[in-house]
Design a protein around this ligand. Structure first.
Ligand SMILES: Cc1ncc(C[n+]2csc(CCOP(=O)(O)OP(=O)(O)O)c2C)c(N)n1
Ligand code: SF4
Length: 290
């Protein structure tokens, strides 16, 4: 299958050169390769996205799904998964979307371990609303809403996912497309909740991160044992999402483990109730609203 089979006719309104284009190309490539290998069925793959620059990806990948409210990607993904556990479900969130408005959903998604993938575009600002500081913005960042500088330390989102019990935790870089595509494939194939922290520097409102990330990212290799939780924590602590020190920024898979998925523990889902052909009389149901 060719990645361009996911081409959509929607006009792309991302800024020219935005690293979101790298994420888009990687997603299309990953889905096309998984479909070609027979690991996923395109008709049984569903996307969800939040609101923000990242959320526009929903319009640019020609697949079924649901573009929900700001911060509510994960409840939408879980709803789709419980509605039809056979679906391959992939969510796209912004870092504001996921770690400000929707942070409680993230906490519980990591705990629940439903079999789905969450990809977060980490650009360290609320980009669509013109670059305000969010939960991953570094301390000291100055913009129109924080003229005296952001006062709080950023959340270390990889560390948070690990501590909360996500069973697949990785970080990719939008400007390292082929590497990101491989991470995406592994995340989608993982049985359980997969989290990918995608560094996606906004070249308008957070452009200082581009040279820093280009210089400081490095790929985790075989020396890193992905089944060793303590090693994963150690790697996650190498970079705290700030720019004061010349810290190394690991990208790749930090951790992968197995535990029962949320849906496998629901007795209601043992019979394929989602496939039951229910006899619904729409006239009766909707009569009072007519
Ligand atoms: C509940 C709610 N609060 C606020 C907004 C306004 N809003 C729309 S997009 C956005 C910023 C999105 O930032 P982020 O999630 O980091 O995504 P990015 O634009 O950076 O990709 C905000 C605050 C909204 N649409 N809904
Ligand atoms: S504002 Fe930033 S994140 Fe949004 S499209 Fe432009 S470069 Fe990309």
């Amino acid at each position: 299958m060719n990645p361009e089979e996911f081409f959509s006719k929607e006009t792309n309104t991302w800024c020219p050169g935005c690293p979101n284009f790298g994420i888009l190309a990687s997603v299309k490539g990953a889905l096309a390769e998984l479909a070609t290998e027979g690991s996923i069925s395109v008709k049984d793959t569903a996307l969800a996205a939040g609101i923000g620059c990242h959320g526009k990806i929903f319009d640019y990948v020609n697949l079924n799904g649901f573009n929900g409210l700001h911060g509510r990607v994960l409840p939408v993904c879980l709803g789709m998964k419980l509605g039809n556990p056979n679906l391959t479900v992939v969510g796209f969130g912004g870092d504001g979307d996921t770690f400000d408005e929707g942070v409680s959903h993230f906490v519980h998604a990591c705990r629940y371990n439903a079999n789905m993938t969450m990809m977060v575009h980490v650009n360290q600002v609320f980009a669509l609303t013109t670059g305000q500081a969010n939960a991953i913005t570094e301390k000291g960042f100055v913009d129109g809403s924080t003229p005296l500088g952001q006062g709080e330390k950023p959340i270390n989102s990889v560390l948070l996912a690990l501590e909360l019990g996500a069973t697949f935790v990785a970080r990719g870089y939008a400007l390292q497309g082929p590497h990101l595509k491989e991470i995406m494939k592994r995340a989608i194939l993982h049985k359980g909740f997969s989290y990918i922290d995608i560094l996606q520097p906004c070249i308008v409102y957070h452009k200082h991160s581009v040279p820093y990330l280009n210089k400081n990212t490095y790929k985790l290799d075989e020396a890193h044992n992905i089944s060793d939780f303590n090693q994963a924590i150690e790697k996650a602590r190498e970079w705290d999402y700030s720019y004061e020190k010349d810290a190394k920024v690991p990208i790749g898979v930090f951790y992968e483990t197995e535990r029962p998925t949320f849906e496998s523990q629901w007795p209601q889902l043992k019979t394929p109730w989602h496939a039951i052909d229910r006899k619904i009389n729409w006239d009766n149901i909707t009569r009072e609203f007519k």
